[in-house]
Every structure is written in structure tokens, then in C-alpha cells.
Design a protein around this ligand. Sequence first.
Ligand code: GTP
Ligand code: MG
Length: 202
Amino acid sequence: AHVVNADFVKSSVRPDDCPRDGLPEFALVGRSNVGKSSLLNSLVRRKRLALTSKKPGKTQCINHFKVNDSWYLVDLPGYGYASAPQEARTNWDEFTRNYFLSRENLVSVFLLIDASIPAKKIDLDYASWLGQNKVPMTLVFTKCDKRKKKKNGGRRPEENVETFQGLIREYFEAAPPWIMTSSVTNQGRDEILLHMSQLRNY
Ligand code: GTP
Ligand code: MG
């Protein structure tokens, strides 16, 4: 499960433009600013392979990164970014949903959920859509290093994680696998890489 090398391959604006070599891939999806690009960097132990930002809306395309010359991590734009123009949001929604349903070499979608705040409706809706469409999914809780704050609902990450799982249970036949992570402490990094290697069968 060790990452030896990782390279940026290409940015695509449509599923049709994505690499066609059929290598297994894992997509990172989640609300804008949830930490998709940061998690990718943590997984491959690089600071700035994928670009990150304090401001939501940083990642704008489907970005393919090849790991160990044999599989892909895919960084996607976030959903739920209220300041993006409506047209851009509709576009995003269309191309990612299209990509999830049609991409044959997509092994599993990694849905990232911010564990430092209570469940958001848009995340529950997204999980529900993936579950109902039977898209293979793994739940990744991010920002588990952040301690509880009154303004964040005053709950610990563990409590938010448990509540979220309870709320999505009805959308899945079996509860999806889940992993708690932090891109600051690298919590969960080895667990994710091991899980990905098991899903690839090597
Ligand atoms: P978009 O590309 O806009 O959809 O965002 P993204 O999901 O790729 O988020 P990104 O990785 O750019 O991170 C957003 C902000 O959250 C940055 O300021 C990160 O430093 C911060 N962040 C990401 N992961 C963590 C984490 O595990 N812990 C903490 N404390 N901050 C994090
Ligand atoms: Mg990003």
C-alpha cells in the first residue's frame, strides 16, 4: 500500500476527456472546502501536488493523478459552493454524476464529510444519491484534528461521525466503510491506502 511516486496526468472538463488506459481509479468528492485536495496531498506525501485553498471553489476540473504508475487518484471540484454561478453548478453536477455512473474503471467513490461540523443536508443528499444509484462508496471524515467549538455546534468529531452514519443508514443495504482522517496530522492515511489496495485486489 506504499506510495512510491505520484504524478499529475491531466485536467479534464468532461468525462470523455479522461484518461483511457483503464487503470483503476478512486475519486475524491465532497463539499467545496471539505479537504479533497489536501487529503490527496496527504496520501501521496506531497505538499502541493494538488492545489488547495482557504477559499472554496479552488478545484475546477476532473484532475487525474497517477500513483505508482498503476492507479489513479481523482481530485474533483466540490459541490455546494454557493458563490459559484448557477450555470457552473449545474455543469459540475452534470459532469460528475455522469462520470460516477459511466466510468468503468472507477473502483470506489470516496465521499468526504467534514467531521468538525454537524451533518449538512447537501452531504446527506449526496450520500443518498450515491446509495440509491448503487455507486460503490467509502465515507471519509475529514478535519478530525479540529476540536469542538461552540460555533460549530459544540460537538466532537466522533459525535458528528456517528450522527452522520445514523442519518444515511436507510440509503444503503450495508453500511459503507468509513475512515476518520486529518490532513494536518495524517490520521487515516495508511488506513485509506490499505483500503484502496484491498479494493484493487493488490
Ligand atoms: P475545493 O477544491 O474548493 O472543492 O476544496 P477542497 O475540498 O479541495 O479543499 P482543500 O483541500 O483546498 O482545503 C480547504 C481548506 O481546508 C484549506 O484551508 C485546508 O488547509 C483546510 N483543510 C483541509 N484538510 C484539513 C484537515 O484535515 N484539517 C484541518 N484543520 N484543515 C484542513
Ligand atoms: Mg480542491
